[in-house]
Design a protein around this ligand. Structure first.
Ligand code: HEM
Length: 436
């Protein structure tokens, strides 16, 4: 917020709660206590700046009602800096709507659904190749999912060295997005500069081939073809980050959810046994009709999404005066939208810190109580993909393997809500049958 931006003088202050000194990391705040004691809107100091936090069902309703009240261009500069000015995440208004339209042939449910058997085939092969080895679960999932993307959404020759470079780049890139100004030094590290150059060179050559007429029959082709039909110009610099989205984006978050979920599942033997029984005769074709035949799997995944939202808080900047709960925030105000706070309210989800998939059986919760993928027009582009990747991975794993988790940090949910770091969870997949 600039010093000239008027600020509601009587807005409650987080610091008045006496919960601790100024905080530097998001997870150091206790937003649940603040929400209970101060209400759904309050101010706080975060990394030396004043922000306004909004949370609860009413905040989700208000924040998602009118997406044009937010300025994404100002809120997410790291995406622009690294991916270029046309990257979807930081576009607003009509350019954003146009971009989402252009991305649809790549990510709509109708565009990804038919890929289930191919995704399954790829994941099953990677599980077989990894069986019996002790591995870092997070790395394995990122690699398996990115490889699956390279065989479905963006078909390309993606060898192990290239895959490792992409994964290093993505992890470094995403870590930097939450570092504030410190990201500049982080992104200038020579290893990252080299990885970035390699990633962009790889995708640049791929885009050049497609623009020259090469066809791979994949989702990228569909995106390009639809734009051609509409008579839109095809811009190389715009297509490169789009190819990146198809190949790699979000796999770290999916891996995180799978890590957390599998650890919690392994600690609930009764539910795990029922779920394993449900998946005993899983085939990918059975998912083509939806998840109806797998109610326990569906419930398990919804619970994983609830308890481990990989991006629990969204940074926003007010674009036009925004009135919420009697306070008006002026243009330029920095807002932390605690969009997943309702996941941890016991008036909505009983005993909210408990991993309890059964809570989803025969029961629905309000849409605005679910913030894992954000909401409104900037709703996660990859949501349909995640909701295929996760069931395919879990179904293959439980049907064919016993998961042995190694020496591991206990994954607890942050008391303030949020996601713990789980990247160092070790595991081994032991085949249940010789033929796997
Ligand atoms: C479990 C995994 C994932 C989680 C928890 C997640 C979460 C989110 C969240 C919270 C947002 C912000 C929405 C907003 O600003 O309102 C978002 C946006 C986005 N996600 Fe995901 N995501 C995941 C996986 C993916 C995947 C696999 C992709 C692959 C393309 C992806 C691509 C995007 C993009 C491009 C946006 C920006 C959309 C826009 O600004 O229009 N995400 N995601």
């Amino acid at each position: 917020m600039t010093s000239s931006t008027p600020f509601p003088a009587d807005l409650p202050r987080y610091e008045s709660l006496g919960l601790g000194a100024a905080q530097s990391e998001l997870e150091q705040f206790d937003h649940l206590t603040a929400y209970r004691q101060l209400g759904p809107i309050y101010q706080l100091t975060f990394r030396g700046e004043t922000w306004v936090a909004i949370g609860g069902m009413e905040a989700n309703e208000a924040a998602w009602r009118n997406p044009d009240q937010w300025d994404y261009h100002e809120a997410l500069p790291p995406f622009r800096e690294l991916m270029g000015p046309s990257h979807v995440t930081q576009l607003d208004g009509e350019p954003h709507r146009r971009k989402r339209r252009n991305l649809k042939p790549g990510f709509a449910m109708s565009a990804v659904f038919g890929l289930i058997p191919a995704i399954d085939h790829s994941v099953a092969g990677d599980l077989r190749a990894a069986a019996g080895q002790s591995l870092r679960l997070h790395d394995f999932f990122m690699l398996a999912l990115t490889r699956a993307n390279s065989r479905t959404l963006l078909r390309c020759d993606f060898d192990d060295v290239t895959a490792a470079t992409f994964i290093r780049f993505e992890e470094h890139f995403i870590r930097g997005t939450s570092m504030g100004e410190a990201r500049h030094a982080y992104y200038a590290l020579p290893g990252f500069v080299a990885d970035r150059a390699a990633v962009f060179a790889f995708l640049g050559e791929l885009v050049d081939r497609r623009l020259a007429g090469e066809s791979a029959g994949d989702n990228f082709d569909a995106m390009i073809a639809e734009r051609r039909e509409r008579g839109e110009t095809l811009d190389r610099a715009e297509l490169i980050p789009e190819a990146y989205l198809l190949l790699m984006a979000g796999t770290g978050n999916t891996a995180k959810l799978l890590n957390c979920g599998l650890q919690n599942l392994s600690q609930d033997p009764a539910w795990l046994a029922r779920l394993t029984a449900e998946l005993a005769d899983y085939t990918p074709e059975k998912f083509l009709g939806g998840m109806g035949a797998f109610p326990l799997l569906k419930a398990t995944l919804l619970e994983i999404e609830r308890l481990f939202p990989a991006a629990p808080v969204l940074a926003r900047v007010v674009a036009e005066p925004f009135t919420f709960n009697g306070y008006t925030l002026e243009k330029g105000t920095k807002v932390l939208h605690l969009q997943t706070l309702p996941h941890f309210l016991d008036e909505i989800y009983a005993d909210p810190y408990r991993f309890d998939p059964a809570r989803w059986i025969d029961r629905e919760y309000p849409k605005k109580a679910q913030g894992t993928y954000g909401g409104s027009t900037h709703l996660c582009l990859g949501i349909n993909l995640v909701r295929l990747h996760m069931p395919v991975v879990v179904a293959n794993l439980l049907r064919d393997y016993r998961l042995e988790l190694g020496e591991q940090p206990r994954i607890t949910v942050n008391v303030n809500y949020g996601v713990p770091q789980v990247a160092d969870l070790m595991a081994r997949f032991e085949p249940l049958r010789a033929a796997v």
